[in-house]
Design a protein around this ligand. Sequence first.
Ligand code: C2E
Ligand code: MG
Ligand code: MG
Ligand code: MG
Length: 292
Amino acid sequence: NAKLNGKNRYHIYDAEHDRNVRGYHQSLVEISQALEDGQFVLYYQPKVNLRSGELLGVEALIRWQHPERGLLSPFHFLPVIENHALSIEVGEWVLREAMQQYGDWLQQGQDIAISVNISAYQLQQYNFTERLFSIFNEFPQVPRSRIEIEILETSAFHDLQKTSEIIRHCNSKGVEFALDDFGTGYSSLAYLRHLPVKTLKIDQTFVMDMLDDPEDFAIMEGIYGLGIAFQREILAEGVETEAHGKMLLQLGCEMAQGYAIARPMPAKGLLPWFAQWQPFASWQNTPTLERD
Ligand code: C2E
Ligand code: MG
Ligand code: MG
Ligand code: MG
């Protein structure tokens, strides 16, 4: 009987929906508790100049050191708190932790710029700028120019005019922005001119595919050329191999981040890593191809 089946289906769906809602609230409680218990940690991934080996800064990447489940990637918990006030608490924890870490490295004689990822939800808060500078004020030893904000292309284009105003305002007070995962947002590249971001971070998918896909290489060339024309800095993400680095250098792209350089690591690993790291010899020698 079709009606009965329909009703049964409804009940099954309903129970599952119920479980999901309870699961969601349970997760929020756990994440909130984890924040209170100090279970979040920042890992740091170096950004370098491939040719010179210079350390340009590090990107702070959140992890959850879960007592039972081990070290959890942000994909396990950031999507849960997306669009929830908790994402602001986590985001502000990240900012404070990064500023603290900047101060720690500075005390060790190392001035290392730190990039922090900001969620769309946090960026869209009416008082984002105010909150940001109030956190800066808690850390007077941290120059505003040494903490960079990474925003996703998708969150920037959500309300382009408002986002440009926020960035312009922050710029006027010394804070720079980078556009993360650039190229994946399906937005018209022309809008870039309205967005005063200092740096474009080319998404890792383009870098990973450009070796064997001429079209991806063409996209890389295009994005790099566009960035140069707009006078932005361009950093390539997802440099996993020596060959990736070589090809980027042929394009002229020297700023990069990726496993071939270093994986994200706990703060205490960074200075020892840098003391022994050097670029591949081929990176130092690869000429930039002439373009016409
Ligand atoms: P993202 O900001 O684009 O960060 C780069 C991601 O790529 C990181 O993943 C990094 O570990 C990974 N990665 C770096 N080099 C390579 C490589 O050579 N190959 C591959 N396959 N991956 C590489 P992670 O740490 O898992 O973070 C994932 C995303 O989660 C980040 O992407 C960012 O969007 C978000 N995220 C991480 N930390 C935070 C945070 O504190 N706040 C916010 N709002 N988002 C964060
Ligand atoms: Mg990022
Ligand atoms: Mg990215
Ligand atoms: Mg990404």
